[in-house]
Each structure stands twice: as structure tokens, then as C-alpha cells.
Design a protein around this ligand. Structure first.
Ligand code: ADP
Ligand code: MG
Length: 335
């Protein structure tokens, strides 16, 4: 973890003090920050660079294809950022990260977000190796609830559902033994304990979807019609809308598979082979890892990892599957 001293200062972000870096990508850095003025004490700030580092100005009057390309790239970038922000602005659901504010400086865009203090679900899978069926259900039901809202209410498809984009709030932790390590030999036991029952054993409370960078509006939530002129919408557009929802359902299946066993359904070192496997829907419930996982859970996964999008479960079929409905865990309080 970076220390506070090493964190950069961004112009226009003076009201926040950056605490630590929480994530980074090719174009964005995400920081945890304290807000001295706002409704939230702490926020997440996604800082997106507007330009590529070494972009140089084309001399006046000289046609520079390289410059043109970079300039075009920047324009696309801006449209994308504004789209991401615009989509988030219209969303309001307990399992979706809230947009707090959007601003920009000469060099950066700043997307201020509700902070999810637990970070990525991805790291939790790595830490626990895999999730119990109860914990998997606790997590995937919340993801599904947000997809139900996106698909059925907001008219939005996310298109980038994956463990890195699923964030969470931790639950209160009750240490059962060795709350403080006494000697070096006790060090690895210090974390053992129990999470308060009924609040998502495993330390995961509320789960939220983040990263709307690839998401798309499929229909107008005001008029409840497909985007574009009503009555003139071609059948393939109407179909396309259904297909794009099914893209999120496939991803939901990949996430559920991964939660239950700790590795993804499709993997290969070679991108080409991997692409082939996905195209054919070539996956297995690999023994011994899947031996003790219920047939009901496997049934649900297989209805999501169905190659034909017409036959794949939609969000309502998912939420009505026995494996989801048989849950005896109380619904978790919203954050
Ligand atoms: P990118 O488009 O670069 O993938 P994301 O929006 O997914 O950007 O953010 C990148 C990473 O930053 C996430 O995977 C997560 O680790 C962290 N992050 C993003 N938003 C938040 C948030 N609201 N709370 C906590 N961590 C966050
Ligand atoms: Mg992301």
C-alpha cells in the first residue's frame, strides 16, 4: 500500500484528501479519499487521464496522422466517460455503486463514487480459495438484484460483470481465538474467527456493481420503449436488446461458477483456444472440486452457461430457480 506522502496531488480535488490507492487500470487510478464537506465521510475517486502521457502537439499547419489519431482517441474517451457518468447518474439501487459527483481539470476526469470499503470480490475469492454455497448465494443474489433493476427498470446492460467489478462492504468480524498474536508462531492464526451469523458469513455484507465504462442504454426508461423512434424499430434491434441482456446473464453464470469452485469455467493459456472453448460453451464441473457442490447449484450454472441466448436463463428465471429461492438467509440490510 502506498503511503500518504507518495500519493499525487490533483488540481481541483482540494476538498478531498487521498488516503490510499485502491485500484488501477490502463487509464484510471482509483483512490480512497476523505471528504471534508460532503454527505459521505469517505469516497472513492476514479481519476481518468485525458491524454496519453507523451502526446505532442502537431506543429501548426502540419498534417500529422499520429496527432490526428491521438486527438480522435481523446474525443472518443471523453464521450465514453460522459456516457459512463450519465448512465450512473440515473441509477438508484442498493446494489449499485452511487455516483457522488463528476468533475474535471485540464488533464483529468474525476468520478467521485460511493466508497465500497471491502474492495473487490475478486480478492476475497483469492483469499478464501472458494465460497460456500450459502456465501455464493448471498453474493450472487445481490448481483442478480442489481441486474434485475438494470434490465427491467433502468433499461441498461452492464456488459462487464466480473469479480473485479463487484465490490462489497465488510460485515462486523468477531474474533474467536488469538485476537492478538502473542508470538511469531501465533501470527497466522490472528485472523481466525467468526463473522456475525446471518450477515453473510465470510465477511461479505452488501455487494455492489461498479464500473459502467462498457455499459449501454437499451431502452428509454421514461417512455419504456427501445432507444430510437418508436414504431420504426427494426426486429433485429428489439432482438439485439434481448441478446445484450443475455450477455450479462452469461457473465453472471461465469461469476457464480467461479464463486463456487474458485476458478473460472473457461480458461486457456492461448487466447485462440480460450475463444474457441467459449464459443462452443466447452466447460465441465471439474472433479474433485465440484464433487461436493449441490446438483441444484450445477443446474443453475448450466442454465446460464448456455450458448444459445434464446435458451439461456433471463434474470427472472434466475431469481426463481430453487437454488436461489431455497435460501434461508435473511435479506441483508441495505447500505
Ligand atoms: P476500470 O474501468 O479501470 O476497470 P473501475 O471502475 O472498475 O475502473 O475501477 C477500478 C478498480 O478500482 C476496481 O476494480 C476496484 O478495485 C477499485 N474501485 C473502483 N470503484 C470503487 C469504489 N467505489 N469503492 C472501492 N473501490 C473501487
Ligand atoms: Mg473495472
Amino acid at each position: 500500500r502506498e503511503s500518504k506522502g507518495k500519493l499525487p496531488k490533483y488540481p481541483g480535488l482540494e476538498r478531498y484528501s487521498l488516503v490510499e490507492k485502491m485500484g488501477d487500470g490502463a487509464f484510471s487510478n482509483v483512490y480512497r479519499a476523505r471528504d471534508r464537506e460532503g454527505q459521505f465521510e469517505e469516497v472513492a475517486i476514479k481519476v481518468v487521464r485525458k491524454f496519453e502521457m507523451n502526446s505532442t502537439q502537431a506543429p501548426p499547419g502540419v498534417l500529422n496522422p499520429e496527432f490526428e489519431k491521438k486527438h480522435a482517441q481523446k474525443t472518443v474517451e471523453r464521450a465514453n466517460i460522459l456516457k459512463e457518468v450519465q448512465i450512473m447518474r440515473n441509477l438508484d439501487h442498493p446494489n449499485i455503486v452511487k455516483l457522488v459527483e463528476f468533475s474535471e481539470s485540464r488533464q483529468y476526469y474525476y468520478i467521485i463514487l460511493e466508497l465500497c470499503p471491502g474492495g473487490e470480490l475478486f480478492h476475497q475469492i483469492v483469499r478464501l480459495t472458494y465460497f460456500s454455497e450459502d456465501l455464493s448465494r448471498h453474493v450472487i443474489t445481490q448481483v442478480a438484484k442489481s441486474l434485475e433493476y438494470l434490465h427491467e427498470v433502468a433499461g441498461v446492460v452492464h456488459r462487464d460483470i466480473k469479480p473485479e467489478n463487484l465490490l462489497f462492504y465488510p460485515t462486523p468480524f468477531v474474533p474467536t481465538r488469538n485476537p492478538k498474536p502473542k508470538g511469531p508462531e501465533d501470527e497466522d492464526k490472528a485472523d481466525e474467527g467468526e463473522f456475525i451469523k446471518g450477515q453473510g458469513a465470510g465477511g461479505i455484507g452488501v455487494v455492489k456493481i461498479a464500473d459502467f465504462g462498457l455499459s449501454k442504454v437499451i431502452w428509454d426508461s421514461q417512455t419504456m420503449t427501445p432507444c430510437g423512434t418508436v414504431g420504426y424499430t427494426a426486429p433485429e434491434i428489439v432482438k439485439d436488446e434481448r441478446y445484450s441482456k443475455s450477455v450479462d446473464m452469461w457473465a453472471l453464470g461465469c461469476v457464480l461458477y467461479t464463486l463456487l469452485c474458485g476458478f473460472p469455467p473457461f480458461y486457456d493459456e492461448s487466447i485462440q483456444v480460450l475463444t474457441e472453448k467459449v464459443a462452443r460453451g466447452q466447460y465441465t464441473f471439474l472433479s474433485p472440486w465440484w464433487d461436493d457442490i449441490s446438483k441444484s447449484a450445477q443446474d443453475l450454472v448450466s442454465h446460464l452457461l448456455t450458448v444459445d441466448p434464446e435458451k439461456r436463463y433471463d434474470i427472472n428465471q434466475f431469481l426463481n430457480h430453487p437454488w436461489i429461492r431455497e435460501a434461508d438467509e435473511p435479506t441483508y440490510a441495505a447500505h
